[in-house]
Write a protein that binds this ligand. Structure first.
Ligand code: GDP
Length: 319
């Protein structure tokens, strides 16, 4: 397929805003493949973003993230929301639906035009999640999604990254998974806006809840700060999802009313701009290998006329 030209980007964005799935998918591909049109896509999307509430799901593998994502889609669709799902695998080189192929429950939603489901691999991008994911979120936002669910699949230290991209972060726990350890792991307590004890049909759900409640109770919080609630779910049976959606709504209201939403989003954008700038510097410096000036600088260091740090400063000042 020929790459779309200038007018096509505007056309694609227009179609995506009308909610056409093919246009949404194409735009995400352009973003993911780092198309030369990426800048143009980003510029065309920007005026149409800021509406979607981004909900991140984190938790250990097997805790029920995929099942909860599917159950949340159903609950949100039941309320008439348009929903986007972005499943990001920071470790996989594959993408474009392969990851979601075996997620049978999601196929319930495959023919629903109010749901956009997309999986994305970060393909070893240096910036990983922090670089490509915000662009894809922007596409789904511009496509009119009221809520975008952001889930990471595969293993890795992606929990904290997810919370950096989300307005509301759900931390999932399950009984019998080494509760104390899961909760204290990798600062997961600090990033949770809503805690979900999934597999509440299993033994030990109540003791997991008690333990979590006491650990959360120890945290110091400022006056008027959000107190993360604990929701019990059986995602595989669609139980507890109304409660979960309600808590997400309450958190969203809190963010809006307290002004924290703007602060979080501004922080997120600062990180995104920084990631883009760093990547750009990295590439420009990388492009210098074999460059005559680099040879000359190396020769100067070799001859003792300068030192490597000063030489690197020269390289940076001339980018
Ligand atoms: P993920 O790795 O965190 O995405 O976890 P999955 O959503 O793939 O779920 C892992 C397993 O737990 C699957 O076999 C699910 O069917 C099962 N599961 C998910 N939610 C529940 C639940 O609420 N109760 C029970 N008993 N099993 C569940």
């Amino acid at each position: 397929m020929a790459a779309p030209g200038r007018d096509d980007v505007a056309g694609l964005v227009e179609q995506a805003r009308e909610g056409r799935p093919r246009a949404v998918a194409r735009l995400i591909s352009l973003v993911e493949d780092e198309s030369p049109l990426l800048r143009e896509v980003s510029a065309a999307l920007s005026p149409h973003t800021g509406t979607a509430h981004v909900v991140g799901l984190t938790g250990s593998p097997g805790v029920g993230k995929s099942t909860t994502t599917a159950a949340l889609v159903a609950a949100l669709r039941g309320r008439g929301h348009r929903v986007g799902v972005l499943a990001v695998d920071p470790t996989s080189p594959f993408s474009g639906g392969a990851l979601l192929g075996d997620r049978i429950r999601m196929s319930d939603h495959a023919t629903d035009d109010g749901v956009f489901i997309r999986s994305m691999a970060s393909r070893g991008h240096l910036g990983g999640l922090s670089w490509a994911t915000p662009q894809a979120l922007r596409v789904l936002d511009a496509a009119g999604c009221d809520v975008v669910l952001l889930e990471t699949v595969g293993v890795g230290q992606s929990e904290v990254e997810v919370s950096g991209l989300a307005d509301t972060t759900l931390v999932l726990l399950a009984p019998g998974m080494g509760d104390g350890i899961q909760a204290s792991k990798a600062g997961i307590l600090e990033i949770g806006d809503v805690f979900v004890i999934n597999k509440a049909d299993r033994d030990g759900a109540q003791s997991t809840r008690r333990e979590l409640r006491s650990v959360l109770g120890m945290a110091e919080r400022a006056e008027g700060a959000w107190k993360p609630p604990i929701v019990m779910t059986v995602a595989s049976r669609q139980e507890g999802l109304d409660d979960l959606v309600e808590q997400v709504d309450l958190h969203r209201e809190h963010l809006r009313d307290s002004g924290e939403l703007q602060l979080r989003r501004r922080d997120r954008l600062r990180r995104e701009i920084r990631a883009i700038a760093l990547e750009s510097v990295r590439r420009r410096v990388g492009d210098l290998s074999g460059h005559a000036e680099l040879d000359a600088l190396a020769q100067d260091v070799l001859a003792g006329r300068t030192d490597p740090f000063s030489a690197a400063d020269r390289v940076l000042s001339e980018l």
